[in-house]
Design a protein around this ligand. Sequence first.
Ligand SMILES: Nc1nc2c(ncn2[C@@H]2O[C@H](COP(=O)(O)OP(=O)(O)OP(=O)(O)O)[C@@H](O)[C@H]2O)c(=O)[nH]1
Ligand SMILES: [Mg+2]
Length: 351
Amino acid sequence: MALKRFFQPLNTLQRPLFHRAFSTAVQSQDDTLSDVNQVVTIEHGGQNAVQAFQNLPLEKKEELKHKLVLRKEALKDLEAQYSRMHHMVEFNMESSQIEYLPKYIQTGANYFVHKNQKEQGLKLVHSIDQWNIEKYVEGVKNDDYDFYDKYPGCKEVVVLGSSNSGKSTLINALNMGSEAAYTAKRPGKTQALNFYLAQHSVNKRKQGFIVDSPGYGYVFAPVNIKKKWQKMVYKYLGYGVRLNLIILCINGHIGLKQNDLSMLEDLQHFRKPVQVVLTKVDKITGGQGELVRVTTETSRHIQKYVAKGFVNPEIHLTCAEHFFGVKELRARIGVAFEESDVRAGRIPRIR
Ligand SMILES: Nc1nc2c(ncn2[C@@H]2O[C@H](COP(=O)(O)OP(=O)(O)OP(=O)(O)O)[C@@H](O)[C@H]2O)c(=O)[nH]1
Ligand SMILES: [Mg+2]
């Protein structure tokens, strides 16, 4: 049974895992066995496939290895593309150029390495558990936050962004490509504030919520429903006692739009730190040049809000499809779960 499923095509989000697991697998059968086990374990939440693999006829084993080689070839280009990229970029005001930040260390929040650790010994000291965030706890539509009582002290990270910007897919990628959050090609899929419980991977006693939200902008929904969603999100942000980070997803394929700017404009009133994430970077066609153009544009536009002190100057690049930049985002969320109540920026003057 396990192997039957194993031979079925993998979900796109599982491909990198597959690739990683099998890049060494083709070298020796022993490796293959352990790696098959790894992948099948991933797929089946713990079922052991080694036995089943061992019992396969020789030609089946060979067939499997051949498939792996082909897959590896197909992914080579992709690897080359990402190996030239870094997940963090910043706009340098003086040189008017984008700077890639190859380090894991982020200005003001040294959250990827332990304070005393040398660069060579990079280690995630704050992160969330990649296997343990699928637990859907609540979908809030009508101000019903009673469930809060059951989770005292759980900090929150909310994912905002225009509809179809890839918010739900990103949440799934954080959880190793599970399909906990519903996603769709059609904008307007997420219609509630969906709370997912996540576990801190280092500080095991810490848990927090990752909150998916309905998108703004072009949505297949009546205007009054859209207004209702907006009101709900703003009310949540205004309440926000447990909210420590806002992740603002900008669709990298489209670039920053007027409604993203309006959102940033509004967000300054909530006094929470905002991390801009450029999603779907795999869809930025036109090579590195186009990527630089999109990130430069985005950086330029957010400068105004960076100056106000609530938006991080660095832009985080992600591709949920291939897990690019996802590990680092987990780390940022891990930090948010550990922080005490967060406030960002100057005290805003409400209009
Ligand atoms: N190529 C590519 N496609 C992506 C990526 N992330 C998301 N998508 C696709 O974009 C579409 C929208 O993704 P969702 O995650 O549903 O977007 P959303 O922001 O949650 O949308 P709403 O719930 O409608 O607000 C889906 O078809 C995803 O498969 C990515 O990194 N790369
Ligand atoms: Mg969604």
